[in-house]
Write a protein that binds this ligand. Structure first.
Ligand code: ZN
Length: 278
C-alpha cells in the first residue's frame, strides 16, 4: 500500500472544502491520526480512538465508519458530529475506533462519487466467501453492470478495503456501525436482535450483497453490524435528530454488548483462523 501523500492538515483542508459542517480547524484539532496506508490517489485515511474513562473491565469495542461511499457526504458529517459527542461524553462505556471517511478519493472528486478512484464500490469489495462465485455475476446480471456498483477485479483489491479489513482484524470490534445514505432506514447483519429503531430511522433489513461490509463482518465474521442509511446524501440530519440516533445507538450497544461478557466472536480471537481468513 502506498503511504499517504497529504498531511493531516492537507486532508482536513480538502475535507472542509467539501463539507460545510466540518471546519478545517476542527478537523485538524480532532485528534485524528493519518493511517499508514492511503487511498488510491494517496489521500490519507483518518482515524482515531476514544476510550471510556468509566470502564473497569476491558471495554467492548465499536468500530464506526463513515464515507465508504464518497457521494454520501452526510455520512461523513454525522461521523464528525458523533466525534464531538465522544469528546464530550468521556463516561460513555465503549472503546471506539472512528473512521470518518474511508473513501476520501470519492468524497474529494470534483463531483463526489460513490466509488473510489479505481471506480470500485468499496462496499462490494470485501472478501466474503461468496465473492468469487457471485460478485461479478451479481454485478453483470442484477445491476446491469452499473458502474456505481462495480465490485472490483478481485475481492479486497482496493487499498481502502484492505486497510479496513486490517482494522477489523487488529481492533477486533464487538460491533460495527457503518453510516450511509439516502434510504432513511437502518439495516442490520450478524448475531444479536437488531434495534427496531434508532432515532427516526426504522429497521428495514435490506439483505446483503456479495462483497458488502454487512455480509463480510456480519454474516462471515459474526460481528453485529448496524448500517445506518441517512435520508439524504448531502443534507445531514439536524444535530437534535442525529443526537437521538446516537442516544438510541448507545442504549442498544449497552444492552447487547454487556461489559464483562466473554467475546462473542471466537473466530477473531483465533490466530489460526485470522491468518487464513480472506
Ligand atoms: Zn452507501
Amino acid at each position: 500500500m502506498a503511504a499517504p501523500l497529504a498531511s493531516l492538515e492537507g486532508a482536513c483542508n480538502n475535507l472542509a472544502g467539501k463539507l460545510k459542517s466540518v471546519p478545517a480547524g476542527e478537523c485538524k484539532s480532532a485528534g485524528l491520526n493519518v493511517a499508514g496506508s492511503a487511498s488510491v490517489q494517496g489521500q490519507p485515511i483518518l482515524w482515531r480512538d476514544y476510550r471510556s474513562v468509566k470502564s473497569k473491565t476491558p471495554a467492548k469495542r465499536v468500530l464506526l465508519v463513515g464515507g465508504i461511499h464518497g457521494d454520501e457526504l452526510s455520512s461523513v458529517a454525522v461521523t464528525f458530529e458523533w466525534m464531538r459527542r465522544l469528546s464530550d461524553q468521556e463516561k460513555q462505556p465503549f472503546y471506539w475506533r472512528v473512521v470518518p471517511c474511508l473513501n476520501p478519493d470519492g468524497v474529494l472528486a470534483k463531483v463526489s462519487k460513490r466509488v473510489n478512484a479505481n471506480g470500485v464500490d468499496l462496499n462490494r469489495n470485501f472478501p466474503t466467501p461468496d465473492w468469487n462465485s457471485k460478485a461479478t455475476l451479481y454485478w453483470n446480471n442484477k445491476t446491469k453492470s452499473d458502474p456505481r456498483r462495480y465490485p472490483g477485479k478481485r475481492a479486497g483489491s482496493e487499498p481502502e478495503t484492505r486497510w479496513l479489513i486490517d482494522q477489523i482484524k487488529s481492533f477486533k470490534p464487538d460491533a460495527i456501525v457503518s453510516i450511509h445514505a439516502p434510504y432513511g432506514v437502518l439495516d442490520f447483519d450478524g448475531p444479536r436482535t437488531p434495534p427496531q429503531r434508532l432515532g427516526f430511522l426504522n429497521l428495514n433489513e435490506l439483505g446483503t450483497y456479495p462483497g458488502s461490509l454487512g455480509n463480510y463482518a456480519g454474516e462471515f465474521l459474526g460481528i453485529p453490524i448496524i448500517t445506518l442509511e441517512l435520508p439524504h446524501s448531502e443534507a445531514s440530519p439536524t444535530v437534535a435528530q442525529s443526537g437521538r440516533i446516537w442516544n438510541d445507538l448507545l442504549k442498544w450497544l449497552e444492552r447487547n454488548l454487556p461489559q464483562g461478557a466473554p467475546p462473542l466472536f471466537q473466530r477473531l480471537s483465533d490466530p489460526n483462523w485470522l491468518r487464513n481468513a480472506p
